[in-house]
Ligand binder design. Structure first.
Ligand code: SF4
Length: 528
């Protein structure tokens, strides 16, 4: 353990540094954890329900979430900090109850969930915890960030048309985001953000912040898209578009689908059209059909020809075949070249997921007539479906941690920014790995499915509360101007809780590390 690690109680705390819980009247105290400065009566909580007045003491209501690598079956879900006053005023268990956990100290990671904070960050972070891994002295700075600059990027695996790019997305009637650039097999939404939190009406800000907390906490949220669909989104679940739960994500665009299955279809069909809102594929014209020496079918397609066998804009976007508005796929065939097509020509039309498929044979007048699909063709259509992944809604939290939050970490905040850019710091959110965007600032992005449940909260400024942790070598922390006199051992942090809440530490809750996540302190640059 480093010489800077204090194990003898709260480090360097004086009266000025202690949480201010001024008595406003006989039974009110002021919470200064955010600029709202609630004056909280005895037995009541503040506007965000995160802090309460318990017998004249300001208490952080939610438990601090602790990650551990292995969770004993007998571990209680909720354990109060030792020797302190519980939210109901009772005295909590003694330190002896902690010993089994302390034996696992190198397997414990304190997350920012429930850790408390101040906003702006005029105090060092509530937990600055020293630990050792592979013989290396590490430190993790833990806080609940309060983010005004934050949003959710939502990826919705569907071909169905949700709405025009740039269209407004509404929640409870308020504009809370917009449709952004579609990606391969997915429609994308950008939701929340500083513009909707602060730039509109008070109601818009309130609805936005509530929507963001719900989405981040993996709850279902309903949206209406201007000129588009109604959609129900829940992280990790299939989206529901206009009341229909999406099942499959496309195997590829129309052209890709033609290419993937060309060999399996050649010989059992004479022509294949894979209907797609973006790129519709036509097998015999497509390079894959040519390579298989397929005879030209003489089909003439509507839409704009891009390259051989690839057509754009064959129909309008919608919730029909392949993300178009088509109920009858034959309507995208303009005609047949009588010099090339022949009676009896076998035509397969399918969507990019195989959910829609039809089998047609040309009659004497070269009109497609629907017939029962042969078994061997049906088998390939089923394989298209088999190759589709389940449709999901993915919700990524994007937030700027490059502002005042850094003051809780360092006395010279730009050094934290530089250390992160130099890969000296592992940034996690509730123990989940965060991607840090290149360029200026500390813009982090994290998959909410990798974060603990209920990681997000709100304050009525309005802003979003989210956990964030910065782990690094102790020497690097010292070099970046860290609050070295607030570094505490894990044992001390476990026993006493956040120094912000000394006198009334909140409870703690243990959760097992998600198998999807690497151990936050196990990253090679920290230990190498
Ligand atoms: S909104 Fe919450 S954090 Fe802000 S002052 Fe009130 S109780 Fe404290």
């Amino acid at each position: 353990m480093s010489e800077h690690t204090r194990t003898d109680g709260l480090p360097g705390m004086d009266a000025a540094a202690r949480p201010r819980s001024e008595r406003m009247s006989s039974d009110k105290i002021e919470c200064n954890a955010c600029p709202v400065l609630c004056q909280i009566s005895q037995g009541r909580s503040g506007a965000c329900d995160r802090y309460a007045n318990v017998s004249g003491i300001l208490v952080r209501v939610d438990p601090v979430l602790m990650l551990r690598r292995s969770l004993a079956d007998s571990e209680p879900a909720l354990v109060p900090f030792a020797g302190r006053v519980a939210t109901d005023g009772s005295v909590l268990p003694t330190q002896a109850a902690l010993s089994p956990e302390l034996a696992l100290a190198d397997e414990v990671f304190i997350t920012g969930v429930g850790s408390s904070t101040t906003y702006p960050d005029y105090k060092p972070a509530p937990f600055i915890v020293a630990s050792q891994a592979a013989g290396v002295d590490l430190v993790t700075v833990v806080t609940e960030g309060i983010f005004s600059y934050c949003s959710f990027k939502v990826k919705i695996d569907t071909d169905r048309y949700l709405g025009p790019e740039q269209a407004s997305v509404r929640c409870k009637g308020e504009v809370v985001g917009h449709v952004t650039t579609a990606e391969y097999g997915s429609q994308m939404l950008s939701l929340g953000g500083v513009h909707h939190l602060t730039g509109g009406s008070k109601k818009e800000g309130r609805v936005t912040v509530e929507m963001m907390a719900a989405l981040g906490n993996k709850q279902a949220v309903e949206f209406a898209i201007n000129g588009g669909s109604q959609i129900l989104i829940q992280a990790g679940r299939a989206p529901v578009v206009n009341g229909v739960e999406e099942k499959r994500m496309r195997v590829g665009c129309g052209s890709a689908t033609v290419g993937i299955f060309a060999e399996q279809l050649a010989g059992i069909v004479d022509e294949v059209v894979v209907v797609d809102d973006h790129i519709t594929g036509v097998l015999t014209e497509h390079q894959s059909g040519r390579c298989l020496d397929m005879r030209a079918s003489g089909i003439r397609m509507k839409g704009r020809k891009s390259t051989p066998g690839r057509y754009f804009q064959v129909a309008n976007p919608g919730t029909g075949w392949g993300g178009t508005d088509l109920a009858d796929p034959l309507s995208i065939i303009e005609s047949w070249d009588a010099g090339k097509a022949w009676p009896g020509l076998r035509l397969l039309m399918t969507s990019t997921t195989g959910e829609h498929a039809g089998w047609y044979v040309l009659d004497r007048e070269l009109r497609p007539v629907e017939q029962d699909m042969p078994v061997e063709v049906r088998r390939v259509v089923e394989r298209i479906g088999e190759n589709c992944e389940p449709s999901l809604s993915s919700v990524l939290f994007l937030a700027g941690a490059g502002g005042s939050l850094r003051a809780g970490v360092s006395q010279n905040p730009v050094l934290l920014t530089r250390a992160i850019k130099n890969a000296l710091v592992n940034v996690t959110c509730g123990g989940a790995p965060a991607y840090v965007w290149p360029g200026g600032g500390i813009t982090v992005m994290v998959d909410v499915m990798r974060m603990p449940d209920n990681s997000f909260g709100t304050v009525p400024t309005p802003a979003i509360i989210a956990p964030i942790e910065f782990s690094m070598k102790l020497d690097d922390y010292r070099a970046l101007g860290g609050h070295m006199d607030h570094v505490r051992s894990l044992k001390d942090a476990l026993e006493r809780g956040a120094w912000h809440n000394e006198g009334a530490p909140s409870a703690r809750q243990w959760v097992q590390q998600s198998p999807k996540n690497p151990w936050p302190l196990g990253r090679a640059p920290l230990l190498g």
